[in-house]
Design a protein around this ligand. Structure first.
Ligand SMILES: Nc1ncnc2c1ncn2[C@@H]1O[C@H](COP(=O)(O)OP(=O)(O)OP(=O)(O)O)[C@@H](O)[C@H]1O
Ligand SMILES: [K+]
Length: 709
């Protein structure tokens, strides 16, 4: 376990709860945040749409925090509706060709579009209703940003026009009167600013488009001074535009403001939020792009092969969420015929609108839940539990704590996460990366497998010893005393030698190549699956029978059944046969237990073809396979070698172990070893051939988990 934890730390995972280790391997569903986990969490403002004016596009910006990279282009269009439909085709081409262009004309300075009054109001609102700071660090010669990625991207955009918050406050005379902070429940924030030069006071608001639009009564006109009434058709136009941006995977924010005259200047008086955020004028929309992490797509497909479903739970708009989900492979790129997108993507409002029985009646739970609120996450976990899923949930916010706790494995973000979330979580990702979750799951599965192997090894040897000793009690000497086939000290010695290092070695076994290609194990059964129990009995009986047979053969064969006198205690002439038989049993039992450690590297595959990869490459991959785990290899080899001094060192053998050096008996010992290996191989072959005791883990995912959860 401890080995596992250090392993995990290297893989950017900190385990806070020991049981989370094993639990991870059994995860059937992952509910993941989008921003920062599936995506990079570095947003760039890509598009800005100002109604009745046009679209500003940021081209070629690579670095999210640097307002000087890339350039802004502007395209007007008489009819916004037309632009909406055309824009998508132009866009791709323009992006592609602009890269070529920028190579050729890199000398020609890109002219930043002129700042119209409409754009100016938009920039003022984005920069002031914003807690992020963006500044150029003279010493480090790079742009530094602090704050939420959403806000940073907008602040950076404002900086492109020299409308950063600092400039506005210091040079344009804006000063803040009040702030109504961002709340993921209502998905908006507002500030109140007054301009000391003309003593005009404004409310600046930004947030999710649907929410802001409901608070707007007017929309900015071609001439900023005259805003126009927000009619239903303009509303439709705005929503259309938003959908168009969102379908490209952009997070769309609405920016609005209104002049306010009666705002109390004494900060002691609190002015209700509802009174402030109303009657707004829509200034425009901003489309922010947060590219998926490069690793995400592969990690998601790894989950699919491993029988794990990935759900995206995001605060974003459904169209944005779907576009990103499609990008990373959570949603099929082509909507399948059997399941419509509406079944796969739901908004929190739709999901929360259903009662539990309606949710349970769904053929499958949605893969994307958009506009998610914290309590939606908790309901999702509950719904998963009712479907007997074993779910991991990610979270970073303070109010994610309940869902992290409710999840079987709660995962908090190390960088973006709040302390409350970390406190509630079972594991913490130090790099906030979804791919790390998948690594952790494969690590958890490896650990689960190794615990199983370790347990099987321990129990098998115990069963073997018990059989040997208990049945051995039946052999009594002339005085009526049972003659032990092994001395108590020998047993202790064998246990110490064969259970410590080889067991530890089994814990260090690498993950099998199939580990992420099979469905998750059943967490209710734990490590004691039927297979483990049956194996333990089969192998233990075989081990006990063989060692007992060795004892009996030596004593009753050539020894003529002479059990001597008082041979449990000391070595005398009469005990010669018994002592020789004991040495053989000692050596054989040690060998059998040690070879079991190699055999149990795989519960089902032959020891002579452990790894499908190496067995393809070589005819006899045995040595390569057993040597691949060096610790285990040497634990077994050294353990086996130690048998010889224990048998031959005079005094140590007769006085401590109660046995003596042997000769021809080695033949029986090795015969026993060969029979044992054949027995184990035979039983594995029977299991494979008859498909016995599979625990559902040998079946590949395609055939098995269709239609689940
Ligand atoms: N600083 C902000 N000011 C105003 N509105 C915001 C701000 N940040 C986000 N929003 C709006 O709230 C919505 C949801 O944001 P929220 O913070 O709940 O999700 P998230 O945690 O960023 O995303 P995810 O759940 O994918 O990680 C966004 O789509 C956006 O419209
Ligand atoms: K938990």
């Amino acid at each position: 376990m401890v080995v596992g934890m250090t392993q995990m730390r290297k893989r950017k995972v900190v385990i806070r709860q020991l049981s989370a280790l094993e639990a991870l391997g059994g995860v059937t569903n992952i509910c993941s945040d989008k921003t920062g986990t599936l995506t990079q969490g570095k947003m760039i403002t890509r598009k800005v749409w100002i109604p009745s004016s046009g679209i500003y596009t940021v081209n070629g910006a690579e670095e999210a925090s640097d307002p000087t990279t890339g350039y802004v282009s502007f395209s007007t269009s008489a009819s916004n509706a037309e632009m909406v439909s055309q824009d998508s085709n132009i866009d791709e081409k323009a992006d592609a060709s602009s890269e070529v262009l920028s190579e050729k004309t890199s000398e020609v300075a890109r002219k930043t579009p002129e700042v119209t009054s409409a754009l100016e109001s938009f920039l003022e609102s984005t920069a002031l209703c914003n807690l992020a700071t963006v500044r150029y660090d003279e010493q480090k010669h790079r742009w530094q940003t602090v704050g939420d990625p959403t806000e940073i991207s907008l602040q950076v955009f404002a900086h492109r026009f020299q409308f950063g918050k600092r400039t506005l406050e210091e040079q344009h005379g804006w000063s803040q009167l009040a702030e109504y902070g961002f709340d993921s429940g209502i998905k908006r924030m507002s500030v109140v600013y007054t301009n000391t030069s003309n003593s005009k006071t404004f409310v600046f608001t930004k947030g999710a488009v649907e929410r802001i639009l409901d608070l707007c009564t007017t929309v900015v006109g071609p001439d900023d001074a005259k805003s126009q009434l927000l009619t239903q058709s303009t509303k439709d136009l705005v929503l259309n535009q938003m959908n168009h941006l969102a379908e490209q995977g952009l997070r769309v924010m609405a920016i609005a403001r209104r002049p306010i005259t009666d705002f109390p200047t004494q900060s002691t008086i609190t002015y209700p939020r509802e009174e402030v955020e109303k009657g707004l004028t829509l200034l425009g929309l901003a489309g922010l792009y947060d590219p998926p992490r490069l690793e995400t797509k592969d990690a998601v497909s790894e989950c699919t092969t491993a029988g794990i479903k990935v759900h995206m739970l995001t605060g974003d708009h459904p169209a944005t969420a779907s576009a990103i989900a499609r990008d990373v492979g959570i949603l099929p790129s082509q909507p399948s015929t059997t399941q419509s997108t509406s079944a796969l993507v739901k908004t929190a409002a739709e999901f929360d609108g259903m009662d539990d029985s309606q949710i349970d009646a769904l053929p499958s739970l949605p893969l994307v839940i958009a506009r998610c609120a914290p309590n939606t996450k908790t309901r999702m976990i509950a719904a998963l539990h009712r479907r007997h899923a074993f779910a991991a949930m990610t979270g970073d916010g303070v109010n994610d704590a309940p869902s992290l706790q409710a999840a079987d494995v709660g995962i908090a973000m190390g960088q973006a996460g709040s302390d409350v979330a970390k406190g509630a979580a079972d594991i913490v990702l130090t790099d906030d990366n979804f791919a790390s979750i998948v690594n952790a799951i494969s690590e958890g599965r490896r650990m689960f497998d190794n615990i199983q192997k370790f347990v099987l090894h321990l129990l098998t040897s115990n069963v073997g010893e018990v059989v040997l000793l208990i049945v051995g009690l039946g052999m009594q000497d002339e005085a009526g005393f049972s003659v032990f086939p092994l001395s108590p000290l020998s047993i202790l010695w064998i246990n110490m030698l064969t259970s410590s290092f080889p067991a530890f070695g089994l814990g260090k076994e690498k993950a099998g190549s199939q580990i992420m290609k099979r469905p998750p194990h059943d967490t209710k059964k734990g490590v004691f699956t039927l297979q483990i129990i049956v194996d333990m009995i089969v192998y233990g009986l075989l081990m006990g029978a063989l060692t007992l047979l060795t004892f009996v053969t030596i004593v009753y064969g050539p020894g003529g059944g002479d059990l001597g006198f008082d041979c449990n205690r000391s070595y005398g002439e009469s005990c010669h046969t018994v002592f020789r038989a004991r040495a053989a049993v000692f050596a054989e039992l040690t060998f059998l237990i040690l070879i079991s450690a190699w055999e149990f590297k795989s519960l089902r595959r032959s020891m002579f073809a452990l790894d499908p990869a190496t067995s393809k490459a070589s005819k006899f991959p045995f040595f390569q396979d057993v040597y691949s785990n060096k610790f285990l290899f040497f634990a077994v080899v050294i353990g086996a070698a130690s048998v010889f001094p224990a048998v031959y060192i005079p005094g140590l053998n007769t006085d401590v172990f109660k046995h003596v050096g042997i000769g021809w008996e080695w033949g029986i010992v090795f015969a026993g070893l060969v029979i044992y290996v054949m027995g184990v191989e035979g039983w594995k072959a029977v299991k494979r051939w008859a498909g016995l005791l599979d625990d559902g883990m040998g079946i590949t995912v395609e055939n098995e988990t269709k239609g689940q959860v």
